[in-house]
Design a protein around this ligand. Structure first.
Ligand SMILES: [Zn+2]
Length: 503
């Protein structure tokens, strides 16, 4: 008698929801962002995403793998009730129609919010649990910016978070999640998630994982991974632009049910993160100062903190480009997402001179069209989150009368690949300043093309100073928005240094 082959379903739902961004994802937005069956393989099999890691892990273990349904949105406003019901119904249906499964391998973000269901990742995992049944293992991969809730930790058997920012290990984490499932199946153990929430949230410029304080947290997590019984350790930075009770930092340790040391391990890592809180400061320069600091003769990647597409910005802001033009900087590339402007440029075509208003606030520019494209480009990586295939919609490049280069696209997509420019004949290395709408997401893809990286403190849906946001539902206290508490959240006088960190 031969052993029955393990059967797994691969599926996911990926959205980072900025509850301060305008609008909502609606029912009609779901279908165009849904991949089913073989189309998941087309998009992910040769990429470096979490989905590609789950697929690769399943293949390595020789499992029968069924690609089910994967729905991914660009970071933006939350889902409305109709979109929420549709997403959950599609995922649930995929499991019930194609099951039963020994395991579900799930790619999630972990900071998805619905207007109807604030903890949307928790709702998705509950729906998958209900559809798959109690015996099916559910192993999920989360973004480093997940706002992990107790509901999520209870519904999944395994949750594994990215360790890097920019996120260049999504595929590795997918493989890790599959490996834990393999161990559970062969050793007959049932894993569980031990979650400890840390009453703090990090400023965005403090989040680079290769730098302190995070590098120190990562070393502590590495040590914990060596402890007997520990199956996985993840540290989460949280996503501050989501006004939900689970917003903030956390630690999640996966260990077999019955292992009593996991809680203590997670608590100790929470202590390490709490002890590093004085390093959570984030102080980008004013745009004019950042532009003035960019030296001639080299290339500066200037990151637009307030219009960070990777956190829910629209990519339409002209704030930094307007400053650059006003300052007379000529050797500048600015990318602006503006569907109408891109359409207008496509109408007049390459070689035409045109005057048009672009972006938000509307900036009137005159220039000559140098290239148009359908906005498709490919980058074998490394890119943030591991995407390989990109679709920015109808795109164009113009040389403005002041000498600057304007790149227009029709769709806000992560600015994680320099191919967005190169595919339009724009070489970042030939310019002194490249303005990108992100903070960490452009860094991995652009690093080979730039000499230095700087940040501009701009207004917008992802503005650096989140103390100015009108939070109604987040948990309190959260350092540094509040400072008079200890790691358990109990009242305690702040030190002078802590008070100085309060935004
Ligand atoms: Zn992230």
């Amino acid at each position: 008698m031969t052993a029955r082959r393990v059967r797994v379903g691969v599926l996911g739902f990926f959205h980072e929801s900025n509850t301060f961004a305008p609008g909502a994802i609606r029912l009609e937005d779901v279908e165009p962002r849904t991949l089913s069956g073989e189309r998941i393989l087309d998009e992910h099999a040769d990429a470096d995403t979490a989905v590609s890691g789950l697929l690769a892990g399943a293949a390595r273990h020789g499992w029968e793998t069924v690609p089910l349904t994967y729905i991914e949105f660009v970071p933006s406003a939350p889902l409305d009730a109709g979109a929420t019901a549709e997403v959950i119904a599609r995922l649930r249906r995929a499991v019930t129609e194609h099951g039963p499964f020994d395991a579900l391998l799930v790619a999630l973000h972990g900071a998805a919010v619905s207007l109807a269901e604030p903890d949307l990742d928790g709702a998705v995992l509950d729906a998958l649990r209900e559809a798959a049944g109690a015996d099916t293992l559910i192993a999920g991969v989360l973004d480093l910016h997940a706002n992990v809730s107790p509901r999520m930790a209870a519904a999944a058997d395994v949750l594994v978070g990215y360790r890097t920012n920019p996120h260049v290990d999504a595929k590795d984490r997918g493989q890790e999640a599959a490996d834990i499932v393999a161990r559970a199946l062969t050793e007959g153990i049932r894993p569980r998630c031990e979650l400890v929430m840390v009453p703090a949230v990090m400023g965005i410029l403090a989040q680079a994982t290769a730098a302190e304080p995070w590098a120190g947290f990562a070393r502590a997590a590495d040590d914990t991974r060596q402890f007997p019984g520990v199956l996985s350790v993840s540290l989460f930075q949280g996503f501050p632009w989501a006004d939900v009770p689970e917003m903030g930092m956390s630690v999640l340790v996966v260990a077999p049910i019955g292992d009593h040391s996991a809680r203590g391990s997670a608590e100790r890592l929470a202590d390490v993160m709490w002890a590093g809180r004085n390093g959570f400061r984030s102080d980008p320069a004013a745009p004019a100062a950042a532009l003035a600091d960019a030296p001639a003769g080299t290339t500066t990647l200037l990151l637009d903190v307030g219009d960070n597409i990777g956190a829910g910005g629209t990519g339409a802001s002209t704030h930094v480009l307007g400053h650059a033009i006003a300052a007379g900087r000529r050797s500048v590339v600015g990318i602006v997402c503006d569907r109408d402007a891109a359409a207008l440029v496509h109408e007049v075509g390459v070689g035409a001179a045109i005057e048009l208003a672009v972006g938000e606030p509307a900036l009137t520019v005159r220039g000559t069209v140098t290239a148009v494209s359908d906005g498709h480009y490919e980058d074998p990586g490394p890119t943030h989150v591991g995407h390989r295939y990109f679709d920015a919609g109808p795109s164009a490049a113009l040389t403005l009368e002041g000498g600057q280069t304007l790149v227009l696209c029709s769709r806000a997509i992560l600015p994680s690949s320099a191919q967005q420019l190169l595919s339009l004949g724009v070489d970042p290395r030939a310019h002194e300043i490249v303005i990108a709408k992100g903070v960490h997401s452009p860094v991995a893809g652009y690093r080979p093309y730039v000499d230095r990286i700087d940040y501009a403190d701009t207004p917008g849906a992802t503005a650096n100073d989140f103390s100015a946001l009108d939070y109604r539902r987040r948990r309190r206290p959260l350092f540094p928005l509040e400072t008079e508490h200890d790691r358990a959240g109990s009242p305690r006088p702040a030190t002078d240094n802590e008070r100085s960190l309060r935004p």
